[in-house]
Design a protein around this ligand. Structure first.
Ligand code: UT7
Length: 333
């Protein structure tokens, strides 16, 4: 490493997994009072995936294996694994431990990080810090959620929104300061706790027959309330990170937004002055997969040859907590 230069964290590999089983909008027309037109026009979602058998660690393990295979790397080389999720297999052990064991990452430590839809951004920043510290050389960051495990399929407001998936990136150091993670703006505001949550199962409401009867083990969202703050929060922070780094919309190759609602994504792009063709979108095929949305976009666009070395990307998200943020990343592979 250069003595005076900054060490940057770059993405050197990507991997993903989405289950085969598809739930299309017609499926929801049969189980709740909704229709394809409403779902498409209000959210942008056409279909989403569901993992029928297995847990979040299975999604994450498959994404990690896909990554390792694609760059022909042994799991034993990994120093640390961070799994961003709100649907861990269990409270403990951490999903990261289960993934570590499944893939045989004998030399890794790791942990889970809970920041809902901003989880990947928070985990990415954390992973980059481990690399920038000089202490670790290969850090795997995974966004994984089995959202269908906490969805109430009688609640038409929310059941249509979510899907299951996982995606992973590998972070490694570089001496080239022009590549990799350049900047981040990350925020929390716990006053948003009443708009999007899962009340049951934790120390506040340990599981009882009553918590089950009251449906407290399902996700609750006041969609309208979240929409209002998300639209402003994600647009503002994405704009702020551009300003802070003297970036114009022409400089940016892609906005990589959390995929919760196409209208929130469009508002963010508009605020940044970014045209539609420079916005990564896959909400139509996966719905909202919480921590997995952003890395899933990165994997698909990279593998389709749409991003190249040197491309400037703005990753941005808004989610439960509230949590939100933006990351300025220069693609390095
Ligand atoms: O990812 C983490 C952060 N989450 C988000 O960013 C999500 C933010 N929120 C949203 O994306 C949107 O608020 C939703 C997609 C959840 C809802 O869209 P909306 O345009 O805000 O709809 P709404 O909640 O205001 O509901 C409008 C109407 C209501 O009927 P009335 O009261 O006007 O008669 C709802 O009952 O649409 C009704 N509605 C539905 N109709 C058909 C709600 N869900 C459905 C449905 N099908 N599935």
């Amino acid at each position: 490493m250069e003595k005076n230069g900054k060490r940057r964290a770059i993405v050197t590999g990507v991997g993903m997994y989405a289950p085969d089983k598809i739930l299309d909008n017609a499926f929801f027309e049969k189980i709740v009072d909704t229709n394809d037109e409403w779902i498409r026009s209000r959210t942008g979602i056409i279909e989403r995936r569901i993992l029928e058998n297995g847990a979040t660690s299975d999604l994450a393990t498959k994404a990690a294996e896909d990554l390792l295979k694609s760059i022909n790397m042994s799991a034993e080389e990994i120093d640390a694994i961070i799994v961003a999720t709100v649907t861990p297999d269990m409270f403990f052990p951490a999903t990261a431990c289960l993934v570590q064991n499944n893939i045989g990452a004998k030399n890794a430590w790791g942990f889970d990080l809970s920041a809902a839809c901003s989880g990947f951004l928070f985990a990415f920043q954390t992973g980059c810090s481990l690399i920038e510290s000089g202490r670790y050389k290969k850090v795997m960051v995974i966004g994984a959620d089995k959202m269908t495990s906490i969805v109430d399929y009688t609640d038409r407001n929310n059941c249509i929104l979510f899907g299951d998936a996982a995606a992973a990136v590998l972070l490694e150091p570089t001496e080239d300061e022009s590549l990799g993670m350049q900047d981040s703006l990350l925020k929390v505001d716990g006053s948003g706790k009443d708009a999007l949550y899962m009340l049951g199962g934790g120390s506040l409401n340990p599981p009882t027959h009553e918590t089950v009867d009251k449906k407290m083990h399902y996700l609750y969202q006041d969609g309208k309330a979240v929409f209002k703050v998300a639209v402003k929060g994600m647009a503002d922070i994405s704009y702020d990170i551009m300003q802070k780094n003297n970036l114009t919309s022409d400089d940016i190759a892609y906005l990589v937004p959390h995929q919760a609602n196409l209208r929130i994504i469009a508002a963010t792009a508009e605020r940044m002055g970014i045209s539609k063709d420079k916005v990564m979108i896959n909400i139509d095929r996966y719905g909202n997969t919480t921590a997995a949305t952003i890395p899933l976009c990165l994997v698909e666009y990279y593998r389709n040859g749409k991003i190249k070395k040197g491309d400037k990307l703005i990753l941005s998200a808004f989610g439960a907590g509230y949590t939100w943020g933006a990351i300025y990343l220069v693609w390095a592979i």
